[in-house]
Design a protein around this ligand. Structure first.
Ligand code: SF4
Ligand code: SF4
Length: 82
């Protein structure tokens, strides 16, 4: 039997998979640089893949769902009124 490492298939959404956000967003995420440890978990969980490698959040596509804030282990993201 081959000892090659098997990899599982993985699929990620494209940036802005759900399209541009209109004016309907109520809350937007704000990251606190002082609390953030740059683990990248927020980017991993964002369903619209709008948090890039530098942890910049693209508000043109962000839906304000709050999943990033909810998953952040350091509570470094706050959802504020848009
Ligand atoms: S999950 Fe929280 S601590 Fe981790 S990179 Fe994102 S904002 Fe920073
Ligand atoms: S609020 Fe939702 S869409 Fe916006 S960056 Fe966080 S997880 Fe992504």
């Amino acid at each position: 039997m081959s000892r090659d490492r098997q990899r599982l298939a993985i699929s990620r959404p494209k940036q802005g998979a759900a399209g541009k956000t209109g004016a309907w967003r109520v809350f937007k995420p704000v990251r606190d640089e002082g609390k953030c440890n740059r683990c990248g978990i927020c980017a991993l969980y964002c369903p619209d893949s709008v948090i890039d490698e530098d942890l910049e959040i693209d508000l043109e596509f962000c839906k304000g769902c709050g999943i990033c804030a909810n998953e952040c282990p350091k509570k470094a993201i706050t959802m504020v009124r848009d």
